[in-house]
Design a protein around this ligand. Structure first.
Ligand SMILES: C[S@@+](CC[C@H](N)C(=O)[O-])C[C@H]1O[C@@H](n2cnc3c(N)ncnc32)[C@H](O)[C@@H]1O
Length: 252
C-alpha cells in the first residue's frame, strides 16, 4: 500500500465536505504535496525542524497562495497557533516522530491539538513492528529497522517511536474525540524502503567517534542491503505490518 492509497482513503472519507482551512500538523513532502492538490481555502503546515521548514518553503514556493504557510514550531509550545481553528487537521506519521522533537509529549498531544480542530482529524500512523519470527520478509524488515535505530542511537540522536492504533484510539477517546473510523493498510515494502532506511544508517556513521564500531556497522549495512535487495528480487516486495488511518471528530 502506498502513501497515495492512504491519502485517497482520506479523500473518500471526506467525500464532498469542504476542506476549508487545513492544518498539516506534522508536515513533510508527501503530505504537503497531497495537501497542495486539494481544494482548500488555505493551508498551514507545521514542522518542528526549522531546516525542513526552509527546504519545504523552497520546494513548494510555486504552490503557496496568499494565506498558505509553512511554520516551524513545536506542539509542546502552548503558544503555537494560539486561538486558530482549522476545519480539517491531518496528523500524518506525526505521533511516531514526536519522540525526536518532544519526548513524552505524545501523551498530551491530542488534548493539545483538539481546540484547533473544527470538524475532523485524520491521523495516519505505522503500527509498531512485532511478531515477525516465523516470516523471513518480516524478519528482514525488522533487521533493517533495528540496524537503523542502532546507528541513530550510536550517533547520539533520537529514534522514532511508533504507537499502536489501539493506543491512539484510547488517547482520542480520553481527549475529547469521537472516533469515526479506523482502517488498516497492509504494507508491501520495496527497494525504496530498503535503500532509504540503510541510507539513514550510512549518514549516521559520521557522528560516531569509535572507528572500529563505524567499520563494523558499515560492513553490516552493506551486507544487509545486498541481502534485502536479493530478497526483493525474488519476492518482488516484502509484506509486513500495516499503516492505519483513523478519522475522529472533536466532541464537547
Ligand atoms: C515523519 S515526519 C512527517 C511525515 C510527513 N507528513 C510526510 O509527508 O513525510 C514528522 C513531522 O512531524 C513533525 N513533528 C514531530 N514532532 C513534532 C512536534 N512536537 N511539534 C511539531 N512538529 C513535530 C516533524 O518535525 C516532521 O515535520
Amino acid at each position: 500500500m502506498t502513501t497515495d492509497a492512504l491519502f485517497k482513503h482520506i479523500e473518500l472519507l471526506q467525500g464532498n465536505q469542504p476542506w476549508g482551512r487545513f492544518l498539516d500538523a506534522g508536515t513533510g513532502e508527501a503530505s504537503l504535496r497531497w495537501v497542495t492538490g486539494l481544494d482548500t481555502q488555505n493551508w498551514t503546515a507545521i514542522t518542528a525542524d526549522p531546516q525542513r521548514a526552509r527546504r519545504m518553503e523552497n520546494k513548494f514556493s510555486d504552490r503557496v497562495r496568499e494565506g498558505d504557510r509553512v511554520l516551524s514550531g513545536n506542539w509542546s509550545d502552548p503558544l503555537l497557533l494560539q486561538g486558530e481553528v482549522f476545519d480539517v487537521v491531518l496528523a500524518d506519521y506525526l505521533i511516531g516522530s514526536m519522540d525526536r522533537f518532544s519526548p513524552y509529549f505524545q501523551y498530551s498531544f491530542l488534548r493539545r491539538l483538539r481546540p484547533h480542530i473544527g470538524t475532523r482529524l485524520y491521523l495516519v500512523g505505522l503500527e509498531p513492528y512485532h511478531g515477525a519470527s516465523g516470516d523471513a520478509g518480516g524478519r528482514l524488515v525488522m533487521e533493517i529497522a533495528n540496524l537503523r535505530d542502532a546507528c541513530i542511537l550510536h550517533a547520539g540522536h533520537r529514534c522514532h517511536r511508533e504507537y499502536p492504533a489501539e493506543w491512539v484510539i484510547g488517547q482520542l477517546e480520553s481527549s475529547g474525540f469521537e472516533v469515526e473510523e479506523e482502517k488498516r493498510f497492509p504494507i508491501i515494502y520495496g527497494t525504496k524502503f530498503i535503500n532509504e532506511q540503510l541510507d539513514v544508517c550510512r549518514r549516521k556513521l559520521e557522528f560516531i567517534e569509535n572507528q572500529e564500531l563505524v567499520s563494523g556497522l558499515r560492513s553490516r549495512i552493506d551486507k544487509l542491503r545486498e541481502k534485502a535487495l536479493a530478497f526483493y528480487d525474488v519476492h518482488r516486495g516484502i509484506r509486513f505490518g500495516y499503516d492505519y488511518v483513523i478519522s475522529a471528530r472533536p466532541v464537547q
